[in-house]
Write a protein that binds this ligand. Structure first.
Ligand code: ADP
Ligand code: ZN
Length: 742
């Protein structure tokens, strides 16, 4: 017998090995094996078994690791599909299917050494720089596999032992099963009586679950329902039905909404009572040990529901009945490194492969999904009313051009917003203010000589952070002290100007304008520790904060009944991006942010400050009119052959020598032209400098391909990837169905 093996190392192809007689009944598809490779021994995963091989002089496998195969043959088939469609080598695709802590496991469950921080170790003694490096990683991770720690810190076990000797960390095999939610007390919940719309949606999903062979596409649903329309309750009852059939479910939520409250709702329904089953949670904030255990609970079939962010899609739930993708329009479902897969799209593929139903849910569906629903590829389920019959909040658009004329330059708060905030403070109601840009000012200019502070590594301006007194690049992290005068040697003008608005400045303006109000800011600058997010939200919930100001972090999935005013400081920020989805993003953002207002007994109000108040994305959002927005936007996309009517492949070339990058891009274009004659509708644009022309010292060029025949095109690009190589100092990536066009 011959096993086909994907190796752990990046070689871009698979190899055949003979299975020695004594291992014959231990090697399956998905088994982890040790194999000789050159003079080394490396780890790999068996992806196929056959009687013969086309290669001669095969070497033999040297061993099998663990009794149970890690990857089911179903997930393996999905991995192949990903490698094919997203043009990446099989071992890369396999990597994202298995969490690292599981993949790296050499000796199997529970026998590995983990390093943990000893709680309450007190004041930190003086450490060597090596030790300090290890300590920093540990502080972040809390608990980590010894091996991963050593790899990350690039050091030896000796350093870690020293920390252990000083009582700061403990090293030991992980014995107990770790439950990341062990400390939460969860009260059981039972199914609610559904309203008519919910009942009809559930009925259709149940029917699809009852006849799984009915044809794959027929079992994909788009659940379009405004925030608070009871989508989650529909998910819960659909999952209950899958469980009754003896099948499991996967629930995907964006990382940002993977809050304890979300997880609790699922645990409360399924992890209590007589038919209790485990709900496993997979996301990046778990410690390595927790992630390991959660994953294995699923693999062993003890947990039948997996909930998590993007990569939870690959949870080895088997048999799988249902996949839920909540907030399906979220860009974070797209992975921005190889394999550059889109979890929503792969969910649909996985559902078809395993006969599982798929439910995509959103208040603001992506144009792609809505288009598919309109064209009969998915089935549209609609929840038009809020469960509590509350009306959607009143949205007012404030023309900031007029406001700027009244004063010298645009104020942070328009008169209307100012009065509305005052009123809420008086009534002891809460306010959320939203601005999708952090920092204090977004650019630093000298009015005398025209100097602008730019990043030395990237083609962007530096953002001023006042508290830290630095100017910083949000792309590469470059930082410099904020200058007090113009740095140009011939100028030295002390009257340099900071302009543009960030969350830090809004916070500052709030403190001055409303000195008695309790104001907190929430963005990635403030959130230094994992608990910060929870602490701030907790304080807001319990009324310890009057005004919360933040970036998109506060836009999603948060329910605060006492918030009656939501202000959007600068709504057109996301509108003027060089991205065909800019309008769609703005519409989604406004709608989501507006959904935060008025979920209690008091009607909510949303004030939107904008410099282009008549833009359709803003106007349709004001009227909560998704359908009209969809219609007008798809028409524009259709004319330009953008998704949803066609698909995009983005090729990105980068290197430190701009001329070379440009030259290679042109060469690549010729290669593509020579190979794509059969794709009649192909539009090939570029090469052109990327919108973010330079990032982290690399010059970047784009080629954009558009076609309705993406399966065909990605096949061609996959071949091209293995046959066409630019010079060493130019790198290129293929991004199929890109989400980030910068
Ligand atoms: P969505 O996911 O669409 O935002 P949720 O499922 O979170 O909506 O529902 C919003 C609120 O309404 C929740 O508190 C939920 O418990 C409640 N709810 C949902 N469905 C019903 C129902 N049929 N009857 C009563 N309350 C419901
Ligand atoms: Zn930079």
């Amino acid at each position: 017998m011959v096993a086909r093996v994907t190796l752990e190392i990046a070689v871009g192809q698979e190899f055949d090995y003979l299975i020695p007689a004594e291992l014959l009944n231990q090697v399956f598809v998905g088994s982890r094996v040790k194999v000789p490779f050159g003079r080394r021994e490396v780890m790999g995963c068996v992806t196929g078994l056959s009687e013969t091989s086309t290669h001669r002089n095969l070497r033999s496998l040297s061993g099998v690791v663990g009794k149970q195969s890690l990857v089911t043959s179903k997930v393996l088939a999905l991995t192949r599909w990903i490698a094919g469609y997203y043009c990446c080598p099989p071992e890369i695709a396999l990597k994202s299917v298995l969490p690292e802590v599981v993949r790296r496991e050499k000796e199997g469950w529970r026998e590995q050494l983990f390093v943990r921080v000893v709680p309450g170790a007190g004041a930190l003694p003086k450490l060597t720089s090596r030790q300090r490096e290890v300590w920093n990683i540990l502080e972040e991770e809390r608990e980590i596999l010894l091996q991963s720690l050593l790899a990350k810190a690039g050091t030896t076990a000796e350093t870690v032992r020293r920390l252990e000797n000083r009582g700061l960390v403990s090293i030991g095999p992980a014995r107990v099963e770790r439950d990341p939610y062990a400390h939460e007390e969860i009260l059981p919940s039972s199914p609610l009586q559904l309203n008519a719309e919910q009942a009809s949606a559930l009925e259709q999903i149940r029917t699809a679950l009852d006849s799984p062979k009915q044809g794959a596409e027929k079992a994909v649903f788009l659940l379009h329902g405004v925030t608070g329309s009871g989508k989650t309750e529909v998910y819960l009852q659909a999952i209950a039905h899958a469980l009754d059939q003896g099948r499991g479910a996967i629930v995907l939520v964006p990382e940002i909404s993977l809050t304890p409250q979300t997880v609790e709702r699922f645990k409360a329904r399924f992890s209590t009572g007589p038919k209790a089953t485990l709900v496993a949670v997979l996301h990046s904030h778990l410690s390595a040990g927790e992630r390991h255990d959660e994953w294995h609970k699923i693999r062993q079939g003890r947990a039948r529901i997996a909930i998590g962010a993007r990569s939870a899609l690959f949870a080895p739930v088997d048999p799988l009945g249902l996949i839920i993708v909540d907030e399906e329009h979220e860009p974070s479902y797209k992975q921005e490194e190889a394999p550059r897969y889109h979890a929503r799209d792969v969910a649909v593929v996985r559902g078809a492969m395993e006969g599982a139903a798929v439910v995509l849910g959103s208040a603001t569906p992506s144009l792609e999904s809505y288009y598919n629903a309109k064209h009969g590829k998915y089935r549209l389920l609609e929840l038009k009313a809020r469960v509590d019959h509350q009306r959607l909040p009143v949205v007012r658009i404030i023309d900031m051009r007029a406001e700027s004329r009244k004063q010298k330059g645009p104020p942070v708060f328009s008169q209307l917003l100012h009065e509305a905030i005052l009123q809420r403070l008086e009534r002891r109601e809460q306010v959320m203010l939203f601005l999708n840009r952090r920092g204090f000012s977004t650019s630093l200019q000298c009015p005398k000589c025209g100097y602008v502070a730019g990043c030395p590594n990237c083609s962007v301006t530096l953002t001023y952070h006042r508290k830290r007194q630095v100017i910083a690049c949000h792309i590469c992290g470059f930082q410099a002290p904020a200058p007090a005068e113009c740095p140009e040697s011939g100028c030295r003008n002390p009257a340099i100007r900071y302009s543009g608005l960030g969350t830090e400045k809004v916070e500052d303006a709030l403190a001055r304008t409303y000195p008695k109000a309790r104001v907190r800011r929430m963005d990635s600058d403030v959130l230094q520790r994992k608990e910060d997010y929870r602490t701030i939200l907790g304080d807001f919930r319990t009324g310890k904060i009057d005004i919360l100001v933040g970036t998109q972090m506060i836009a999603k999935g948060l329910h605060f009944p006492n918030v009656t005013l939501v202000g959007i400081i600068h709504a057109d920020l996301s509108l003027h991006q060089p991205d065909f989805r800019a309008g769609e993003r703005t519409f989604q953002l406004l709608t989501q942010v507006a959904g935060r207002a008025g979920r209690g007994d008091i009607e909510g109000e949303v004030l939107v400050q904008a410099f282009t108040p008549f833009h359709p994305a803003i106007q349709y959002a004001r009227r909560h009119d998704f359908l009209s927005f969809y219609e007008q936007e798809t028409e524009f996309r259709e004319q330009l052959s953008y998704p949803p009517s066609a698909r995009v492949a983005l090729l990105i070339l980068k290197g430190r020598n701009e001329e070379k990058v440009k030259f290679c891009s042109e060469h690549l274009r010729k290669e593509i032209e020579g190979r794509t004659g059969a794709i009649r509708d192909l539009i090939l644009a570029g090469p052109s400098p990327a919108p973010l022309m330079r990032a982290e010292t690399f010059y970047r060029y784009h080629l954009m391909l558009r076609t309705r025949q993406m399966l065909k095109l990605s096949g061609i690009l996959g071949t091209l990837r293995s046959e066409w190589n630019p010079p060493d100092d130019v790198q290129w990536t293929i991004d199929i169905d890109p989400v980030n066009l910068s």
